[in-house]
Write a protein that binds this ligand. Structure first.
Ligand SMILES: [Zn+2]
Length: 161
């Protein structure tokens, strides 16, 4: 994971299967960052079919690549309370104090690793957009710099309709 690669499909699918059949998922569940490729999407489909379940909504949160890079490369986390700031969008810098802790950078939040993740996304994840579009469950949401609240509102509106 620290080199920007992902855990194998087999392992991920077993983990997902175990989780979504557990009692705390009986009213539904949200998958975030899964499936990441067409093979995972089709495996998930047959898994859900066997369980008499189906995906009701797929939200594609579309953010420009340069903004994604800034969000990842600038991300700093307090090593004590877990607070997250961004060097591009706040006055906090790596090494600054946060209460008892200091802000540190994750080893995999460098430009090379993030660019590699975006390349993997384009090659492997983008094809599943059409897969879900054909099923009629895909909703594209334009993400940007206006924060998470608008996205939340938009998603809630879609689900309520
Ligand atoms: Zn802190």
């Amino acid at each position: 994971m620290s080199s920007g690669k992902f855990v194998s499909d087999d392992i991920v699918l077993k983990l997902v299967s175990k989780k979504i059949t557990s009692s705390d998922c009986k009213n539904g569940f949200i998958l975030d960052g899964f499936p990441r490729n067409l093979s995972q999407a089709t495996s998930l489909d047959s898994l859900l079919n066997n369980l008499n379940l189906s995906i009701e909504y797929v939200f594609l949160i579309d953010v420009p690549a340069d903004l994604i890079i800034k969000r990842c490369v600038g991300r700093i986390t307090c090593n004590t309370c877990g607070k997250i700031e961004n060097e591009y969008f706040s006055d906090f810098r790596e090494g600054d104090k946060c209460g008892e802790g200091i802000f540190v950078k994750r080893a995999d939040d460098n430009e090379e690793t993030v660019s590699n993740r975006l390349k993997v996304y384009a090659e492997q994840t983008e094809p599943i957009i059409d897969f879900y579009k054909e099923k009629g469950v895909l909703h594209r949401i334009i993400g940007g710099e206006d924060g998470p609240q608008r996205l939340t509102d938009e998603i809630i509106t879609i689900i309520k309709n």
